[in-house]
Design a protein around this ligand. Structure first.
Ligand SMILES: C=CC1=C(C)c2cc3[nH]c(cc4nc(cc5[nH]c(cc1n2)c(C)c5CCC(=O)O)C(CCC(=O)O)=C4C)c(C)c3C=C
Ligand SMILES: [Fe+2]
Length: 467
């Protein structure tokens, strides 16, 4: 990776878009000189024209001036390399709902939960405004701040860390949520938010078998960064953390790969680290009525929580999978634990991947073909008062545990209308009876966050909460 987009060709991306330097508020219209590590200019002293310089000039002299100047400074390839990110590579940040919920699940995750270390309401609001601007820029494939990674004062830290220069927008989405700790700490309200905590934003109960680590649990604000390029997702979280320096501290963060849920019928079903298709029976973006019923929050019952109307609740669980034990388990046992075939992902009651499971069919031995203690039976809506959820998890491996085992598993993420009805009962049933959970899984991290509705252009994250 180069800090200078003019030194190397762009990263190849299917639709040709590449990440550009900052296009912030117009500053002086003169092209900025790119400096190398020794403070020299490129090309034997000839100043180089940055993408930001080009945009500034566009403001001053129009596109024709830019084209003429660019031709003088840059090769045809270099100009092409600076093309704005292709629209197909950009997921709009603004909208009625936050992106990153029903957006077709991208391939990579970097999620971080922050603790807010200040108590000043105005400073918190300013941070949310700064994060809004940065999030809008990064999801559009631009750098953060007015001067980005390479166009700021030479003697100041850059406003963007730079590792995503040259990269496409990567379908980056940034989804923000608020944890219980934002509303109260040590029993006292924070930030003037008394009466604003939604009833559904409960403190999750302890579930049987939970082995939660405090350093992987909770958090005042969560940011879910999803992208098709891991470096784009990491860059996004890193720059939000940098912008928040002195106001927030990262409590935990998690990298994920190989989405374990499809959230659109246009996507194929990916596999989890047990090797099974995961996400087959997930809610999909096309299921508008079911999303209204199971995912989108309502205005609630007291006026102080009306700001959550149209939002959702994000449950995160870091679930370690005992993969070494699993790998010594017979295929028959594996399929019985899940309740589906490993190859096609079909229910054990028969059919294809998307055939509805029939929990009533019994085998020759008189036992149900889909075992009583199998995962899909216990997770199915029929066993859970009709509730469904939108799962959006990722596989993870975080090195090894020093005992010869990979620290690997599933970073479970689900969006639900109300965790009291749509998560806690299901998790409780699984923790007690799901043989998969009892023998092969360990929950090591947890979080519950209120995800407000989408942000309008000119607004900021969680504006309704602070209104
Ligand atoms: C509390 C909710 C859930 C947790 C925690 C959970 C963990 C978990 N799941 C798998 C693997 C699979 N899950 C599958 C289906 C499925 N899982 C849940 C919920 C939780 N899973 C639901 C609601 C469903 C859908 C049930 C249905 O309606 O049929 C499947 C089958 C394929 C699919 O439909 O996605 C697999 C495989 C693991 C490995 C895991 C923890 C590590
Ligand atoms: Fe599951």
């Amino acid at each position: 990776m180069s800090g200078c987009p003019f030194n190397h060709g762009p990263a190849e991306v299917p639709d040709g878009g590449t990440r550009s330097a900052a296009v912030g508020p117009a500053k002086a219209a003169l092209p900025s000189a790119k400096r190398d590590g020794g403070g020299k200019r490129d090309d034997g002293g000839k100043p180089r024209l940055s993408r930001r310089g080009l945009f500034s000039l566009a403001g001053a002299g129009g596109a024709g001036a830019v084209a003429g100047l660019a031709a003088g400074y840059l090769s045809h390839d270099a100009v092409a390399a600076q093309a704005a990110p292709a629209a197909s590579d950009v997921v709009p940040f603004y909208g009625e709902r936050q992106a990153g919920i029903v957006t077709p699940a991208q391939d990579r995750l970097h999620m971080a939960a922050f603790d807010v270390t200040i108590e000043d309401r105005a400073a918190l609001i300013q941070l949310l405004k700064d994060w809004t601007a940065a999030a809008e820029a990064m999801t559009a494939g631009r750098t953060t701040g007015a001067t980005g990674a390479v166009d700021g004062p030479y003697d100041a830290p850059p406003e963007d860390t730079g590792e995503a220069l040259d990269l496409a927008a990567g379908k980056l989405t940034l989804t923000f949520g608020f944890g219980p700790g934002l509303f109260e700490k040590d029993g006292k309200p924070r930030f003037g938010l008394e009466g604003r905590r939604p009833d559904a934003l409960i403190d999750l109960p302890h579930f049987p078998g939970d082995a939660l680590q405090p350093e992987r649990t909770g958090g005042d604000i969560v940011v879910q960064a999803c992208a098709d390029d891991p470096q784009v997702a990491v860059h996004a979280i890193r720059n939000l953390a940098r912008i928040g320096f002195g106001k927030v501290r990262v409590r935990w963060s998690q990298l994920g790969f190989g989405r374990t849920s499809s959230t659109s019928r246009a996507q194929t079903t990916a596999r989890n680290l047990f090797g099974f298709k995961d996400g087959t029976a997930n809610l999909k973006s096309e299921d508008a009525a079911l999303l209204d019923e199971h995912v989108w929050a309502t205005a609630g019952t007291h006026p102080g929580e009306a700001w959550m109307a149209g939002g959702s609740y994000l449950v995160s669980r870091r679930i370690r999978m005992h993969i070494e034990i699993w790998d010594r388990t017979s295929l028959r046992e594996q399929e019985g634990l899940i309740g589906r075939t490993k190859g096609a992902g079909a229910p054990l009651s028969g059919g294809e991947e998307f055939t509805a499971p029939d929990f009533g069919i019994k085998g020759r031995d008189g036992e149900p073909l889909i075992p009583i203690d199998s995962h899909v039976r216990l997770a199915h809506a029929d066993q859970n008062n009709g509730v469904k959820m939108l799962r959006r998890g990722y596989n993870y491996t975080d090195g090894s545990d020093g005992l010869g085992h990979l620290d690997a598993g599933l970073f479970f993420i689900a969006f639900v209308k109300d965790p009291r009805t749509h998560y806690v009962p299901m998790q409780t049933a699984m923790a007690k009876s799901d043989k998969l959970a009892l023998e092969y899984l360990k929950h090591t991290g947890s979080g519950l966050f209120a995800v407000p509705p989408g942000i309008k252009a000119g607004g900021f994250i969680g504006e309704g909460l602070f209104a």
